[in-house]
Structures are given as C-alpha cells and as structure tokens.
Design a protein around this ligand. Structure first.
Ligand code: CDP
Length: 243
C-alpha cells in the first residue's frame, strides 16, 4: 500500500511510506534514527520497547519479580501505559506513565534491563502489547521501533529497516549513554546483560528478533548517526529517484 503524504509541497510530490518499521537489537541506534526520521517527516514516533519495560517495572514492583507468567500476563492486560510527548529537556524521548505515575527514568535501570526479555517472551504479554501497537500503526504516518515491528506488528509496512551492530559496539554505546546520565555502570556488566538479552530476544518462540524478509539491513558499527540517517533518507527519497 502506498499513500501520498501531504505534509509539505516538497513531500507531496514524493511517495513517502506511511508506515515505517524499524527493528534491531539493543542499543543498535534504532531509537535515535527512528526519532529523527519521524521528526523529519512530521510522523508519530513510537518506541514499543517502552511498553515491555513498563510491564516489567510493574511486575517488579507489584509482584516482587517476573517469574509468575500468569500473574505478569494478567498485569500486562490491566496496567494503563501512557506515552506522551516529552515535557522535560533531560534527554527523554517521551514522558512515560504507569497508571498515572511518571516512570520515565524508572524503566531504564539495570534491574529492568535484566528482567525485560523474560517478560517480553511471555506470549500473553506480547498479545496484549501487540494489539495496542497495531492500533497505533493502522492510523499511519508512524515510525514504530522495536524487535518484531516488520515481522509481526506492521507486516505490511512499506518501509522496513533492521538496524544492527556488533554486541561490543552496542554495549559501548549503552555504556556511554549511562555515563552521560551520571550512572555508576561497568562496561563488562552491560556487555553480559546485553548478550543475555540478545540471546533471549532472538530465540524466543513468539515474535523472535529477526529481520523481516523484505527489510533493508543497515550495519552501523562503522557509521555515525548522520551517516545512518543519510542512508535511510536515501531509501525514502532516492537521489534522482522516482518522483
Ligand atoms: O533500548 P533497548 O534497545 O535496550 O531496548 P528496548 O527497545 O527498550 O526493548 C527492551 C526489551 O523489550 C527488548 O530487549 C525485548 O526483550 C523487548 N521488546 C520486544 O520484545 N518487542 C518489541 N517490539 C520491543 C521490545
């Protein structure tokens, strides 16, 4: 499906994909690119990882752990997660609320990192989250970021990207992000937590992390943010391409 976008005269002349799916492993740079792309196109940016993180935080706080699949699934169906435009300029991509409480930074702790992959492997949790994400995707003019967006949530998206990098490079990027926020972290601990998360995310039975068959794979180890962005924009608006 190709929709004509009418945001600006410049864009109106071009066929801009209405649904853009971006997948990839932790800290591959997909959120940064997704956010920038959405801004450029005037689209909604939606980071689905936030929802899995919010359910994980709710389980840690209210159930004392994430091991009880039935209880966690029940919670996933009950909690109200709101993701709203950011109201503070402290590096946040959005304001995140769990049943009305601001949890924007609480979902970024090493404890949530360590528990989010087991939670998101529960089929009932995925079902609840996927249903909400599909509704958002169907409205169009959206850049959605996650692990299964091109394969499961928006399989008909006109543009699918898979942003990748080696685990060592991704751990280095996440380490620098944490240091910038003033957190006490160790590179080896981040690396091993990320390796564990990669392993669970890519081997789970439901919606494992993998590129969709028609995804464009971008390997970012040796590319900076601008270079990745330029590659993505070239796919949307190829130089000398179809007008
Ligand atoms: O920011 P980072 O890449 O570290 O993680 P995230 O995108 O916030 O996702 C956190 C976790 O949620 C992932 O490790 C997956 O286990 C899960 N997730 C998922 O299963 N499906 C999605 N569409 C998005 C996230």
């Amino acid at each position: 499906m190709e929709l004509m976008n009418t945001n600006s005269p410049e864009q109106a002349r071009k066929r801009i994909p209405s649904q853009i799916a971006i997948d990839g492993p932790a800290a591959s740079g997909k959120s940064t690119i997704g956010e920038r792309l959405a801004k450029q196109l005037g689209y909604l940016y939606f980071d689905t990882g936030i929802m899995y993180r919010a359910v994980t935080l709710a389980a840690l706080r209210r159930l004392g752990g994430v091991g009880d699949e039935t209880a966690v699934t029940d919670l996933a169906n009950k909690v109200v997660i709101d993701v709203l435009p950011p109201t503070k300029a402290d590096g946040r991509e959005a304001d995140v609320f769990l049943d009305g409480e601001d949890i924007t930074w609480d979902i970024r702790t090493p404890e949530v990192d360590a528990n989010v992959s087991p939670v998101s492997a529960y089929p009932g949790v995925r079902k609840a989250m996927t249903a909400q994400q599909r509704r958002i995707g169907l409205a169009g003019k959206v850049v959605m970021v996650g692990r299964d967006i091109g394969t499961v949530v928006m399989p008909d998206a006109e543009l699918k990207l898979y942003i990748d990098a080696s685990v060592e490079e991704r751990a280095r990027r996440r380490y620098l992000e944490c240091v910038e926020r003033g957190e006490q972290v160790s590179y080896p601990a981040i690396l091993s937590s990320m390796q564990r998360r990669d392993q669970i995310d890519s081997t789970r039975a439901v919606a494992p992390l993998k590129p969709a068959e028609d995804a464009v794979i971008i390997q970012t180890d040796n590319l900076n943010e601008d270079e990745v962005f330029d590659r993505v924009m070239a796919l949307i608006d190829p130089p000398g391409g179809p007008d």
